[in-house]
Design a protein around this ligand. Structure first.
Ligand SMILES: NC(=O)c1ccc[n+]([C@@H]2O[C@H](COP(=O)([O-])OP(=O)(O)OC[C@H]3O[C@@H](n4cnc5c(N)ncnc54)[C@H](O)[C@@H]3O)[C@@H](O)[C@H]2O)c1
Length: 249
């Protein structure tokens, strides 16, 4: 993995215990940064924290709970001091067919995948503005560009389309305060999130990208780390695809 310079800086990574999250955490640690690893899965988080206990600290957060997000964000600022960057990676997939959709499922998908990103950015916005520095990376999906259909269905796709627009809006409104905001749209990545997809469907998904294979988490995490780093100092409002050429836009 290419090493970026995150030395003497502090970052929040939601979903940090997940397949892509742990690669982002590792990349920050390798670059000398400190991480507040945020996740709901304490057991999986403990394993990641054990890799570098002095640099990675676990904070349990439920992305479905706005008050909890704001309280934990405030605690992280108290503990870490300046928070330089945020990677909004935590999320769920939903495969409910529209015909079977319920308001409860719809609201849960929006809350965890989209509203949580808004709430956490908002909870950090004034803090980052005070320091005139903040690098935010949101994770969307190819589904947010094409309306789903690969594995996530409509609710998942709409939540990710919202992330794309949130990213552009925050880039516009954050730039006067030194805050950048970019998004990454992964294609199909080998993580626990997609472990339950039937093999027939996987073949169909892989046929839709130019490389005809899935990505390893680090191949996508690298773009998140780049946007998070100061090497991307002139890049904001960008929606970057790491999808094996599936969308080519
Ligand atoms: N894997 C793919 O093919 C793929 C493709 C496109 C987009 N994505 C997106 O990438 C992101 C990361 O996915 P991944 O593939 O690493 O999945 P993953 O399931 O390995 O990781 C997701 C993490 O989010 C955490 N999480 C879930 N619900 C939570 C909640 N309510 N509160 C706090 N944490 C919660 C999980 O515990 C997990 O650690 C997601 O936003 C996903 O939508 C993944």
């Amino acid at each position: 993995m290419i090493q970026f310079d995150f030395s003497n800086k502090n970052y929040i990574v939601t979903g940090g215990a997940g397949g892509m999250g742990r690669e982002v955490v590792r990349g920050i640690v390798a670059g000398g940064g400190n991480v507040a690893l945020v996740d709901i899965n304490a057991e999986a988080a403990a394993k990641v924290c054990a890799e570098a206990p002095e640099q990675i600290h676990f904070y349990k957060m439920d992305l479905a709970d706005h008050a909890n997000i704001r309280a934990v964000a405030a605690q992280i600022i108290t503990d870490m001091g300046q928070v330089h960057g945020l990677v909004n990676l935590g999320g769920i997939v939903d495969t409910t067919k529209f015909a079977d959709m319920t308001d409860e499922i719809w609201d849960r998908v929006m809350n965890i995948n989209l509203n949580s990103q808004y709430v956490l950015i908002h909870a950090l916005f004034h803090h980052m503005a005070e320091h005139h520095y903040g690098r935010i990376v949101n994770v969307a999906s190819v589904a947010g560009k094409v309306g789903g259909g690969l594995f996530g269905t409509t609710a998942y796709a709409v939540s990710k389309a919202g992330v794309i627009c949130l990213t552009k809006g925050i880039a516009k409104e954050g730039s006067p305060y030194g805050i950048s905001c970019n998004a990454v749209c992964p294609g199909y990545v080998n993580t626990p999130l997609v472990a339950s997809i039937p093999s027939q469907q996987i073949e169909k998904i892989l046929a839709g990208n130019l490389l005809h294979r899935s990505a390893e988490p680090r191949e996508v995490a690298i773009l998140m780390l780049f946007y998070l780093s100061d090497l991307a100092s002139f890049i904001t409002g960008e929606i970057g695809d790491a999808d094996g050429g599936a969308t080519q836009d």
